[in-house]
Design a binder for this molecule. Structure first.
Ligand SMILES: [Zn+2]
Length: 302
């Protein structure tokens, strides 16, 4: 059944005050017991203000926002919550221009918030197995090259001169991993597979020569037979298509430097069963992962 918080207005009603947001954040973060975000120690003291804690081990003070994307931010929590809700529930993401308009903050602020929220979208580290589709794609580059990205080896679509290559795998009906790479060569592919797959998999790839001797099954696009039984790469291709629709339609351009964090955003939204989650479920997932603090300096200087 749809919850009221699955609609934007229901969500805004529920999390309209700082107190409501703090309560939710505290439950999510310290629901299984309070701990020190500086050292992880579990014995902590709570001050009479009800918000400040002190660690019994490292003696440092903290609050529920310490070490999260909300730490040291002048933006009120309800505004943060709304931004996270919007970014999590929009399939193709939301640009800083749209976010600024909807939240009533400057575009610079919205841009920074967007990036901080994106930090919560880390790809999972567990290795995948079973039927795995692998494919690579090329992001960016000149407008005239965009339509040249045909799935035939040797075309300009495979060029890395103006585009940045990305390699991805999808476990059938399961999770996704995608990574920005410098080059698409066999060494890179093998390193990527080792990092992301167990040893128990069937790898399905297209006819691109780089997958020779690597993939177990091949799809021959050039003969027009895209799907032969179970041998297809439709899942990973759908992911690229959605990523590119977001990239072209929402974000317009993504620098090479930030490309990985956008990939993480799309993987997180569409990974496994997460795409089936309700709007509030997607928001809740992001809140569970707010322990990544991105400072403005690190965002700019990298
Ligand atoms: Zn501590």
């Amino acid at each position: 059944m749809k919850k009221t918080t699955d609609t934007l207005i229901g969500f805004m009603n529920q999390y309209s005050t700082v107190a409501d947001c703090l309560e939710y954040l505290t439950t999510k973060r310290f629901g299984d017991g309070e701990y020190c975000p500086h050292c992880g120690h579990k014995k902590v003291y709570k001050f009479s203000d009800g918000k400040t804690y002190k660690c019994a081990s490292c003696r440092k003070k903290f609050n529920v926002k310490t070490g999260t994307i909300f730490e040291a931010s002048k933006i009120a929590l309800p505004t943060w919550f709304l931004a996270i809700y919007l970014l999590s529930s929009n399939k193709k993401g939301i640009s800083s221009v749209q976010l600024a308009e909807q939240l009533g903050v400057t575009q610079k602020t919205a841009w920074f918030m967007d990036h901080r929220i994106r930090e919560t979208y880390q790809q999972k580290k567990n290795k995948l197995d079973g039927d795995i589709e692998i494919d690579e794609t090329y992001v960016g580059g000149k407008e005239k090259n965009k339509h040249a990205n045909k799935k035939v080896s040797g075309t300009p679509g495979r060029s890395t001169k103006t585009k940045t290559p990305v390699v991805g795998v999808v476990q059938r009906n399961g999770e996704i991993r995608a990574e920005r790479v410098e080059n698409v060569d066999k060494e890179t592919i093998l390193r990527f597979l080792k990092k992301n797959l167990t040893e128990n998999y069937t790898l399905i790839a297209d006819e691109y020569r780089i997958y020779n001797g690597v993939a177990d099954k091949r799809v021959n696009h050039s003969k027009g037979k895209y799907v032969i039984g179970n041998t297809h790469t439709n899942s990973i291709e759908s992911f690229w298509a959605l990523f590119k629709r977001g990239y072209i339609g929402i974000y317009h351009s993504i620098s090479k430097k930030h490309l990985q964090s956008y990939l993480n955003e799309f993987v997180t939204r569409l990974d496994g069963n997460r795409s089936e989650l309700s709007n509030f479920g997607k928001f809740a997932y992001a809140i569970e992962n707010v322990n990544y603090r991105l400072t403005y300096e690190r965002l700019i200087n990298g």
